[in-house]
Design a protein around this ligand. Structure first.
Ligand code: SF4
Length: 456
């Protein structure tokens, strides 16, 4: 029998769900399906006060049981927003049923190790109470005595600590959430790196035969998910699966926060409502006539916009999967006609090769070789040899790392040479379609690379 949460609390009206009440000027698209919620400026934000938060979302539901939560989360099909897109209810069930004498641990990962991502930091700065609601509900259901928020951004730390003080003063939640600083580095946000760091070890991935759901922080069953996922949990468990799934298509029909960066007039964080198309999103972002979009961040895949109808599809998980795309870490990188996407990808590959934790041979030695091969292709220095080296090295590296880092790089490389096969052909004869100076629009400012791209 399904015993789930019904929408006993009035659901938020209007198009915004996670971004309800953010201080930035909201501007829904004409269809109302794309909401520009914030630019990327580092200026201090106004945290939504607790009273406003409760007025917007309602109080935390009472009498919630694990059975009700699991049924509701399963019916909602809520998937993780940090990259892997794993169904949240399965994670919860795995930790809830883990055989262990140790009390479970809950971790919300807001480290955003993808340098271009800002959605989680901005969510924490603007609406920390929604994330804390999700953490306290899940920790309460699991009987967890320890909960952690793993965050890199200093202002997000401050916002979360202030929100927790406010909750304690108002008697909203007894749970103490420890904020742990995430160090710099691309792999510091990887699952096992987070678990090691929380246990006061180095923030480096660790190979283990055990899943963290059975043996995570100091051997305790551990539920780790992205901060946006916890915010989504907070609204699903308040308003029910039916409300969450209204409209749109695909299995996970909830809204999504996306960081949109690159060659657009309005970079920022957007909330995507069910049914929103890529064309609509690019229009809202003032992208003009872009050349290509990297969907899902550095481990994502390219959409070549030179092909007809390439943006006219809804951005839902099902449609993306049919096109071999995924939201990944919730980042869309737009490249214009000034820059060659192959040069851009070669520069990202070089950056990622430099981010290896240096613990596994195939990753430590193989990624620099893949990066060199990509540079040959990008710079038209010896495209034949570059392609040959990719074919030779990739099988020696793929699935041989202690974490997903090398496989993510390989996915980007394969997508690049596949989506831009014509461009690669041009490079063979020393030509390139880029009209500009190859200034990278997707590398983090200050990154040092030699793969032909000029860094801002
Ligand atoms: S695969 Fe690379 S990043 Fe991952 S643990 Fe091994 S060396 Fe570190």
């Amino acid at each position: 029998m399904i015993e789930s949460v019904s929408a006993s609390i009035m659901a938020p009206t209007g198009p915004r769900r996670l971004s309800l009440g953010w201080e930035s000027a909201h501007r829904p698209s004409p269809s109302g399906r794309v909401v520009f919620v914030s630019d990327l400026s580092p200026r201090p934000r106004l945290v939504m006060p607790l009273a406003e938060h409760v007025a917007g979302y309602g109080r935390l539901p009472s009498g919630l049981t694990m059975r009700m939560a699991l049924d509701t989360l399963r019916a909602s099909n809520l998937t993780g927003r940090g990259g892997a897109g794993f169904p949240f209810w399965k994670k919860l069930q795995a930790v809830a049923t883990a055989e262990s004498r140790k009390s479970p641990v809950v971790i919300a990962n807001g480290s955003e190790s993808e340098p271009l991502s800002k959605k989680d930091t901005l969510l924490l700065k603007n609406n920390p109470h929604l994330v804390l609601d999700g953490i306290s509900m899940i920790a309460g259901l699991l009987g967890a005595k320890s909960a952690y928020l793993y965050v890199k951004d200093r202002e997000a730390h401050t916002a979360v600590n202030a929100a927790m003080r406010e909750r304690r003063e108002r008697g909203i939640s007894e749970l103490r959430v420890t904020v742990v600083e995430a160090p710099a580095g691309y792999v510091s946000g990887q699952e096992t790196a987070v678990v090691r760091r929380i246990a006061k070890g180095p923030a480096l991935p660790q190979f283990s035969l055990d899943r963290i759901s059975t043996s995570g922080v100091r051997g305790a069953p551990t539920l780790l998910s992205n901060v946006e996922t916890f915010a989504q949990v907070a609204i699903v468990l308040r308003f029910g699966a039916d409300w969450y799934r209204q409209g749109g298509q695909g299995s996970d029909r909830g809204t999504r926060l996306l960081t949109l960066v690159g060659a657009v007039g309005r970079p920022g964080v957007y909330e995507l409502l069910p049914g929103a198309t890529l064309a609509e999103l690019l229009r809202e972002a003032d992208a003009g006539d872009p050349r290509a979009v990297l969907v899902g961040g550095y481990f994502g895949r390219w959409v070549d916009l030179g092909t007809p109808n390439s943006t006219n599809f809804p951005m839902d998980d099902q449609t993306l999967a049919e096109r071999k795309l995924s939201f990944g870490a919730g980042i869309l990188g737009v490249v214009g006609h000034d820059t060659c996407p192959v040069v851009e990808a070669a520069a990202i590959t070089e950056y990622l090769a430099g981010q290896s934790a240096g613990q596994c041979g195939p990753c430590m030695h193989g990624l620099p070789e893949i990066s060199t091969a990509m540079a040959r292709i990008a710079l038209s220095s010896d495209v034949e040899r570059g392609m040959h080296d990719l074919r030779a090295v990739i099988p020696l590296v793929e699935h041989r790392g202690g974490c997903q880092h090398p496989d993510g790089v390989i996915q980007l490389v394969r997508s690049t040479v596949g989506a831009f096969a014509e461009e690669v052909k041009l490079h063979r004869s020393g030509r390139c379609t880029a009209r500009g100076s190859h200034t990278s629009v997707l590398l983090p400012p200050g990154a040092t690379v030699a793969a032909g791209a000029v860094v801002r």
